[in-house]
Design a protein around this ligand. Structure first.
Ligand code: ATP
Ligand code: ZN
Length: 210
């Protein structure tokens, strides 16, 4: 049977735990930071190291069969992939936040205001659901500094501990979406023996952790 390919984050918050999960499944591979692809020596699997934003697209197109990525990224890219298994790490929440002294107190106060975010797709859906008409300012990083610089009235950003918000004089006031790392599969992969074996091993590792 043909090797499967799994895409994981090359470096960043999900890299270490993704690698650890695969190693805990008994997979033996060299974790070369410099190469984009590595072969598992004792299981029919190849590992691709990619930017997390690119993972859902690779899996959707079938270039990778599997991927490990945050739900937030899957939603933002609106990818058609199958959710195979929640992995219990990379937990975070996409939250709305404003400056501590802001007069924005609840969701309705966002009408007519501007919100800076790296997640315009998820934010737009959320605002539409609550019938809020706000101006979304897309920025790709350091979203927390936008209100202090006068770029926006609020932000919508990923929070895990809240430390970054606090350090930038911000307070959270609503949750938009919770997220954790998920194993995703390409459409059409359902009846695959290698996947079945890998899933079984992943589930044993997760059970042992509980
Ligand atoms: P890449 O270089 O791969 O594009 P990135 O900078 O976009 O990386 P990271 O900051 O490494 O992404 O975060 C990867 C994922 O980790 C996020 O998409 C999210 O699902 C999860 N995550 C967990 N906690 C946090 C947090 N405090 N801030 C940001 N992301 C978090
Ligand atoms: Zn990214």
């Amino acid at each position: 049977m043909k090797n499967l390919k799994i895409a994981i984050q090359k470096s960043g918050r999900l890299n270490e735990k993704s690698v650890q999960l695969l190693k805990n499944c008994g997979l033996d591979f060299e974790n070369y930071k410099s190469s984009l692809i590595t072969t598992v020596s004792n299981f029919p699997l190849e590992i691709l190291f990619l930017r997390d934003d690119d993972i859902p697209g690779y899996v959707e197109q079938g270039i990778a069969d599997l991927g490990i990525v945050g739900e937030n990224v899957i939603d933002e890219t609106e990818s058609e992939v199958n959710y195979l298994q929640r992995l219990g790490f990379g937990k975070c929440t996409l939250k709305l936040a404003v400056q501590k002294d802001s007069d924005i107190k609840d969701l309705r106060d966002l009408n007519g205001k501007s919100i800076a975010t790296s997640y315009p797709v998820i934010l737009k859906k959320f605002l539409d659901e609550y019938r809020i008409d706000a101006d979304i300012q897309m920025i790709s990083g350091s979203v927390e500094i936008a209100p202090g610089l006068g770029l926006s009235d609020a932000i919508c950003d990923i929070v895990s501990t809240g430390g970054t918000l606090k350090n930038n004089g911000l307070k959270q006031f609503a949750d938009v979406r919770k997220s954790e790392a998920i194993l995703i599969g390409r459409p059409g992969l359902e009846d695959n023996e290698i996947l079945a074996e890998l899933l079984q091993r992943i589930q044993s590792v997760l059970m042992a952790k509980e």
